[in-house]
Structure formats: C-alpha cells, structure tokens
Design a protein around this ligand. Structure first.
Ligand code: GDP
Ligand code: MG
Length: 441
C-alpha cells in the first residue's frame, strides 16, 4: 500500500529535527509514486516534487517543528495550493451546463446536483439535451424523479439546441437550471459543435467538466478542448467510490485554471459531496488520516512554541547542570537541531567561537541514544534527576528494571551527563566578563 510506505518514510523522520537531502529525496520519491498511481499528470508531479524539495531544504521549520511534521505540512500545502478550494457556487438563481465524454457521469451528476441544490432550499430543474444516446431521456427522467426535482426532456425532438431552449422556457419557475449534454466516446468535431451551440443558447453562468475518477493522462486533452470551446469553470469528479483516486482532476483543474466543484461517490442521487481539499488529498496520497495528522502538526507547533518560551539555551551555561537540564536540552535538540547548531544561535558561540574548542564528542548524543536516555529518565525520581551524582548501584538496578534498559545504558547516561556538565563548567570558567554580561541580557 502506497500510503503506508509514504507513512513509513515519513516515520523515519520522526525524532529528527534537521532534514538531509536524502531524507527529502526519499519522501519526494514516495509522494511521486502515490501521485502517479493516482493518475496525476507526470509533469504536474514533477513540478510538485520540485517545489516540495526546494521548500523542505530551504525553509526553516517554524519554531523548531520536527522534520517529519515539517515535510508533511509542505506536501499538504503544495497540494492544497494546486487543487485549491471548491468551486464557488452561489446559492441563488443560475444556469449550470455539464460537459464531458460519454459515461463520465454527466446525467447522474445533473440529478445529484439538482438534489444537492434542493436540499439547500433552492428549486432546481434538470434539462436533458442528449439526443445521441438511446435511453438517455429515460435515464435522466428517472434520476430526476429519484432526486424529486423538476425535469425537461423530449424524446421526439432530435435537435439538442432546440430542446435546451424549450427546456429553459418550460422550467422558468425553477431557480437553478442544470443542463445535461450529450457525450461521445471521443472528442469529435460534431460533439464540440453541438456543445458550443447549446452553450450559446443557454448562456450558462458556469460550465462544469464531468470527469470519471479513473481518467488518467486523457484528462489533459479533454480539459483543454472543452475549456477552449465552452470555458470550464469547475470540475465534477465522479466514481470516487471505486478504486480510482481521481488524480486526473488535478490535471483538469490545472489546465482550465479552475477548481473542483463536486465529487460523485455512488450511483444514487444522494451520493454527492461538495469538494473539500483535505479529504481529497488524503485519498490521493493514500493517507486516510492526513487531516488528523495535519491537525497534530499544528497542535505540536503550538506546543513547541509554548515550551520554547520557557527553555533558553543560555540557561545551561549558568549554574548547575542537572539531568533535568539535560532532558530539556535533548527535547530542544529534537525540535531545534543538534546541539552544535543550537549553540550557533548563542551569540559568541557559533563558527569560530567558543564552540570550536569543544571536544568533538562532548555534545554528541545521537538520536538512538537520546531515545533510550529518555526512557531511562522516565524511570528516575525527581530527586535523582536533580542530583544524578547521588545515583548508586542499587538505584541503577531499580531504574534498569523500571525502564527495561540494561544497567550499562544507565551508567552511560550518567557518564554522558557528567561529561556535558564538565564541558559546560569549562565554558563558564573560560568566558570573559563581556561575554557573560552579553549572555545575561
Ligand atoms: P454520462 O454518459 O456522462 O451521462 O454518464 P452517466 O451519468 O450515464 O453515468 C455513466 C455510468 O456511471 C452509469 O452507470 C452511472 O450509474 C455511473 N456513475 C455515475 N456517477 C457515478 C458515481 O459517482 N459512482 C458510481 N459508482 N457510478 C457512477
Ligand atoms: Mg448522459
């Protein structure tokens, strides 16, 4: 499942605060796979991945957002940017014309949309102009009946333009006129001529292109052609209840410079949804819960901001350095980057500054070690955290049992703490008065 491999890739970023170029490449590759699988146009996928790559590498994660969340957010934002919000459809009097190839779902969507507008308190009418397909009239009439909306069609008239004109007159009491048109199995001149004539006659407020979710690379040509002849103001994507993910809609939206209006999710008149980017993107990426993920990112970002306010990298350079300080510092590293980069933020420490005097491994707490250190710290008492030097063998044994970590690891943590404490003491001693004053500001 593509979604789970994307999730797996993103999960590998968990706990990281900086993203390497390889990390970004890997995430982008997964996203490309998901989008291509969902029938998104190749050149669009490339454009999208370039944007994601560039942003992930160039932008600073706001307030130390974790790498995984940061990348996820960029992916989401770029897709939202491309897809946009749903097509604006005022709840008032209007004429809507549907265009699309045969079988795309126009007739079904006409009835569904009429049902949708009727639920919004409007009075819709469906006008059926398809004289090409046998049975089109009966099908449309039945669907309109199921939707309990007004209907006009004429099985004895073989002039679609004339039907359209008469249909508007016959249903003039309705306020939303939905004009269904014929399709063909391919884009042919007579289809284009016909729909152009109907368009000229009914003068719709908006024409919607109806696309089957399964449409792949063909979406581009259709979108261009229909847009050129009648002007496409929005897209309806149907059959999303199937396995297809509807990536062709992105192509259509992009080509016509429009947006998505409705989604069809079944054969019944009620199976219609107004487009909403979040759910659609989740589906495209195969991540069912993208919405809650993005929500979590936002929450995490808020929390991070709050936490950051009461953690100051300069604190650790003043006075005592306890395990609690070390834990805070580890949390901060998770959010802000490796300690040497955190130190770059402190005036006087960065490149060429005091940082360079540090022994190479003094501040080196790798991700893996940090995780086991965190587990160990959770099993320590407050008193032990404040006073790590007081931790003796019997306590090490107890902490080991409580945390499920080998005693060796606990001694390693205590050792690491000691080393960091000593290094910081050297700094405190080594700083001149100017520096100390500057840092206290
Ligand atoms: P048209 O030729 O463009 O008018 O397409 P139709 O409205 O006749 O639809 C073609 C077929 O697709 C019909 O069998 C519909 O029942 C079916 N269909 C349309 N929309 C949906 C949908 O959202 N979900 C499913 N499962 N079937 C749909
Ligand atoms: Mg039809």
């Amino acid at each position: 499942d593509l979604g789970s491999s994307l999730r797996g890739t993103l999960d590998k970023l968990r706990g990281k605060s900086r993203i390497s170029e390889e990390d970004v490449e890997e995430v982008v590759k997964e996203i490309q796979r998901s989008l291509l699988q969902a029938d998104v146009d190749v050149s669009l996928v490339m454009e999208l991945s370039d944007n994601i790559k560039q942003r992930a590498l160039e932008e600073e994660p706001p307030s130390g957002t974790p790498a995984r969340d940061f990348v996820l957010r960029i992916v989401y934002e770029e897709l939202v940017d491309l897809i946009g919000d749903s097509t604006e459809l005022p709840l008032e009097e209007q004429t809507i014309m549907l265009a699309g190839l045969q079988g795309s779902g126009k007739t079904t969507s006409a009835a569904k949309m009429a049902w949708w507008f009727s639920k919004k308190g409007l009075r819709p009418a469906v006008i059926q102009t398809d004289t090409f397909r046998p049975g089109a009239y009966d099908q449309a009439k039945q669907m309109a009946e199921r939707a309990e909306v007004e209907f006009y069609g004429d099985p004895d008239n073989d002039d679609p333009v004339d039907i359209a004109r008469k249909g508007l007159e016959a249903t003039e009491d309705a306020d939303v006129h939905i004009v269904d048109t014929a399709g063909r199995h391919a884009l042919e001149d007579d289809l284009i001529d016909e729909i152009e004539e109907i368009e000229a006659t009914v003068d719709p407020d908006i024409s919607l292109l109806v696309l089957d979710a399964a449409i792949g690379q063909g979406a581009k040509e259709q979108a261009q052609q229909f847009d050129e002849s009648v002007g496409i103001g929005g897209v309806v994507i149907t059959k999303l209840d199937g396995t297809a993910k509807g990536g062709g809609a992105l192509t259509a939206v992009n080509e016509t410079d429009s947006s998505i209006a409705f989604l069809g999710t079944g054969e019944e008149v009620q199976d219609i949804e107004r487009f909403e980017p979040e759910g659609f993107i989740s589906r495209l990426l195969g991540m069912g819960d993208l919405g809650s993920l993005v929500e979590r990112v936002e929450r995490a970002m808020e929390e991070t901001q709050e936490e950051e306010e009461d953690w100051d990298p300069e604190d650790m350079l003043q006075g005592q350095f306890t395990l609690k300080d070390m834990k805070k510092q580890m949390d901060a590293m998770n959010r802000m980057g490796p300690l040497d980069q955190v130190m770059d933020m402190i005036p006087g420490f960065g490149g060429g500054g005091l940082k360079d005097q540090l022994p190479d491994d003094a501040m080196d707490v790798t991700q893996e070690r940090m995780r086991s250190f965190e587990v160990i710290m959770d099993s320590m008492t407050d008193q032990e955290m404040e006073n790590p030097r007081s931790v003796g063998q019997s306590q090490v044994e107890r902490i080991s049992r409580g945390s499920g970590q080998p005693e060796e690891k606990i001694r390693e943590l205590l050792q690491q703490h000691k080393m960091m404490e000593q290094t910081l003491k050297q700094f405190q001693g080594g700083m001149d008065g100017d520096m100390q004053r500057m840092m206290k500001k």
